[in-house]
Design a protein around this ligand. Sequence first.
Ligand code: BGC
Length: 437
Amino acid sequence: MISRTKRSAIPRIVFPRDFLWGSATAATQVDGGDDASDWFNYCKKPGRIKDNSSCISACDHWNHYEEDFRIMQKMKLNAYRLGADWSRFQKTPGKFDTKALDHFRGMLDSLRRKKIRPLLTLNHFTLPQWWAARGGWTRESNLEDFYKYIDFIVEGTGDLVDEYITINEPNVYCLLSYMMGIWPPGESGFGGYLDGMRAQRNMVIAHCHTYDRIREIHARKKFKSPRISIAQHIRIMDPLNSGSLLDVDRANAADFRFNRLFTDAVHEGKLIRPLGNGETIHDGNAWDFFGINYYSRNMISFNLFTPHLLFIKESTNEDGPVNQLGWEIYPEGLTRAVMSAYDRYRLPVRITENGIATSDDLHRSAYIEDHLRALHRAMELGVPVEGYYHWSFMDNFEWAEGYTAPFGLVDVNFNNQKRKPRDSMLLYSRIAKTGTL
Ligand code: BGC
């Protein structure tokens, strides 16, 4: 990280006037009150979540949204990436909850009135318990249920929202849920590897079909023409030892499998290998911009003892600064991620997540400045970047880490749900207001 004194010597940079300055959350991580999700069940068994907490309370954003959106408005943020959890709207098969839909419409309407543009994530890891019990994403025949949920939510809210993320981070989901066994359904080993590949294949199919479905609904209902993408977690994969052919080879494999497999398939509209045999599933590409979630870099080496992870071993650069979860803080990686995504796909980019788990808010401020500079560098080099959504608006339920990893621009006291914007939020607000850094 650059020291405070050196910072003042750095020239000012200016972002475009119409740049989107946002923050992001996910429904399970903030909303609270949803007892029909697979995550709610998963949290019940002691030992699975670091602090043995549950997502059932989270930030009670579902009831505090007005207060939260007022903070965003006051801080001059003009965009918000929020999520809808399917389990909230369809607790049991066949029955959709129109009251929950009305409530959600109230949230979107409140954002509109405050001139905060919503970007709606339709699936962010969490599944309804009943669908997870049927095998969730691992069975192609299950996808029809997902499409009914899409119809329900898009037909019910498409007059208030026109930008969508269909699925958040299929790569992270498949890795942690099926290969590393630390998220529901908790699979690992060779069986988990195969299920993870099946899930990823079906998620590509679901994304492509959902892309068309959303467009069809918006056209039929005369809603504004939508813009649709996925949010892909991109991690820089560098070889631990750049002189080792094996490490370089596994770093390339990790880059392809983790960073590019899903997006190449979406871009080509094909089930590319190893997701399939090149079958066409979409007429041309199925996205309108690239949503990139960027946090960190992994150092990759060859490891004989991880055959189920394709002999890949991840570690952290020991010389670099790290966040509270041990992830390297590597701003340059954001320039690299954005440049290589644009070189490959030639689509406008949005940073749909970027942030730091830290209890020292000074580090968060430095993280924001350094990453915005890195992003601006990519823009200077010609990449059309439409916006930046900081992860996260507020401290929240950080999946298996429970409430132990504060990512928020806003501090949340989980005993009384009191919110307090941090200094880093004030800094971010100044940047958003002036468009300069
Ligand atoms: C996920 C978020 C998560 C964040 C920080 C991303 O991979 O989309 O849900 O909270 O990383 O771990």
